[in-house]
Design a protein around this ligand. Structure first.
Ligand code: NA7
Length: 539
């Protein structure tokens, strides 16, 4: 053992991040008898639901599938108020879980992990933090979140602006008073859309800076009454089974409907029926051809474009709000509520930064090629360095001192099923690239599956008296080849977005999430476990 190792606090596992996955990681690893130490930068649990407290933040998965399944008692006692709860409710739920299962006692909050270094001799990780902690652990679980490293584009003279600048992913806990203010929102992804539709009625004046128009689905969000809740709770076991068997971890799945064989009226009626559900079911609960076949995709794109156009009064504004450079569902499809109606308000202005780019920030606001707009507050709804950002912002060093950041920069991002990386023994990840969890899944479904697999794998290593496990180079290369093959069967790589890593300058362009289906991914994971991790190096 090195001097650093012997001076460090000794635990079996370090868990980084107190979001959905990290909290569950603590729970599962404790159950397996491990002594765990969690670190979390925020001052409490919640992860995404702690940081993203911007106005309008809301889940796009139905509440009854956006939850933990490990405790019947928890399912029975928790009451969801509506189909798509807002951020405060989900944050409250996660706090309730943390209290009930005493998750907090194993986390140190307001502490950022700065580095994690693998010691080839001791076969342990040394984890160091910004608070001076040094912890030695056999296993490292990086549950740092797939959408947790905020992206702030380098706008010219950004620092000159005298008003307030806020990234949605770092929203102040005390809130922001918009009354009478001139507000600018940059970005119209899932986040920007939620912000715009929520603050449009509150602000003095709103300027929305849009680069790419997105397809959307109007959210149907009924409140639940006691009878609804009782029915959902009674069906929870069946629902759990169902979400584990579908393509995207939702309770809906691809249908066998032959849309293209229908006459135009019947096809329109079918699309309307799917659309009326007011969920992501119109996308990943319709037909798989929507993501695979250009002509089917064009039918969906045309349908949604007509729906958008019908809601916007000014045809010139409608032209800008209708997507013109990609097909439906090849980027994340946000759910919205009265988003388009916001642009019918006299105090809301849409600026296409494709047509009139942002030139610079000024002391008073933002100057585009069209002129200067005075602003009091600028909201950056500009997204995240998805999948890898939170991992590479930590100085992770694997075998031989290899830096994960440099490794991925030099050789491209590589993982084995988003669970481990060759060269980084005993490091596990959730929501990392090349798993469905990275983007193509109802997140809690896939995170719980990943954590269960990881806990079983760790348990296997300990019970067999081994010290370390990592994927071999061959299994990793095979997974990457399979991942690419599946990705290229879909239309997603034809479009730019965070799904492709193309929102981050210099990031290698490759589909971030495994597109072969969460249920198939689960089967591969189960098979690996059954075959005692064949293809992995266990020492
Ligand atoms: P997204 O989906 O990455 O959206 C970011 C938005 O910000 C998008 O409209 C971007 O335009 C825009 N953007 C980014 N950089 C710029 C610059 N430099 N200039 C103008 N506009 C810019 O992030 P979200 O937070 O909305 O959502 C992330 C995920 O969180 C979401 O998919 C859900 O799963 C939850 P672009 O489209 O790149 O042209």
């Amino acid at each position: 053992m090195s001097q650093v190792q012997s001076a460090a606090k000794q635990v079996d596992a370090v868990v980084v991040g107190a979001g959905f996955a990290g909290m569950y990681g603590i729970q599962r690893l404790r159950e397996k008898g491990l002594k765990v130490q969690g670190f979390e930068a925020g001052h409490s649990v919640g992860g995404t639901w702690y940081w993203n407290r911007y106005p309008g933040a809301r889940v796009d998965s139905q509440a009854y599938i956006y939850q933990y399944w490990f405790s019947d008692e928890l399912i029975k006692e928790w009451d969801w108020s509506e189909r798509f709860p807002a951020q405060p409710e989900t944050e409250k739920y996660l706090n309730h879980v943390a209290d009930k299962f005493e998750i907090r006692k194993d986390f140190q909050f307001e502490t950022k992990v700065e580095a994690a270094k693998w010691d080839d001799g001791a076969k342990r990780w040394t984890v160091t933090t910004d608070k001076g902690d040094v912890v030695s652990a056999q296993f490292l679980l990086m549950s740092t979140g797939g959408l947790s490293a905020p992206l702030v584009p380098p706008f010219k003279h950004h620092e000159k602006f005298k008003g307030q600048i806020i990234h949605t992913g770092r929203w102040p806990k005390e809130g922001v008073d918009f009354a009478g203010k001139k507000v600018g929102v940059i970005g119209t992804g899932a986040t920007g859309i939620q912000v715009v539709q929520t603050i449009a009625p509150q602000v003095g004046q709103l300027t929305v800076y849009q680069r790419t128009a997105n397809y959307t689905i109007p959210m149907r969000n009924p409140k639940y009454d006691d009878a609804d809740r009782a029915g959902l709770k009674a069906g929870a076991k069946a629902m759990h089974k169902r979400v584990n068997s579908t393509f995207a971890g939702f309770d809906y799945d691809w249908q066998a409907t032959d849309l293209m064989a229908m006459d135009p009226e019947a096809r329109e009626a079918q699309l309307n029926e799917w659309f009326a559900d007011g969920s992501l079911g119109f996308w990943i609960g319709s037909i798989q051809g929507v993501l695979m076949d250009e002509s089917i995709n064009a039918v969906f794109s045309d349908f949604v474009k007509r729906k958008i156009r019908a809601r916007v009064h000014d045809p010139k504004v409608a032209d800008l709000l209708v997507p013109d450079d990609h097909g439906f569902g090849t980027r994340r499809v946000p759910l919205e509520t009265k988003y388009y109606e916001a642009f019918n308000q006299p105090n809301v202005k849409l600026v296409s930064v494709k047509k009139t780019p942002i030139v610079e920030f000024t002391e008073r606001g933002i100057r585009t090629t069209e002129g200067e707009q005075e602003l009091d507050i600028v909201i950056f709804a500009t997204g995240f360095d998805a999948g890898t950002g939170a991992l590479t912002r930590v100085d992770v060093r694997g075998e031989g001192g290899q830096s994960l950041r440099d490794d991925w920069n030099q050789h491209g991002i590589h993982t084995t099923m988003g669970l481990q990386v060759h060269g980084y023994p005993n490091m596990f990840m959730t929501m990392a690239p090349y798993s469905p969890a990275a983007a193509f899944c109802n997140v809690p479904t896939c995170l719980q599956q990943q954590v269960d697999w990881i806990a079983d794998c760790v348990d296997y290593v300990r019970k067999t008296g081994k010290q370390a496990i990592q994927p071999g180079a061959e299994i990793e290369n095979n997974w990457l080849a399979h991942h690419d093959e599946v990705a290229n069967l879909t239309l997603v790589p034809k479009t730019n977005s965070w799904y492709m890593g193309s929102n981050v300058e210099g990031k290698p362009r490759r589909l971030l999430a495994y597109a072969g289906g969460a249920q198939n991914y689960r089967a591969v994971c189960d098979d690996l476990k059954a075959k005692q991790y064949q293809g992995f190096e266990i020492a």
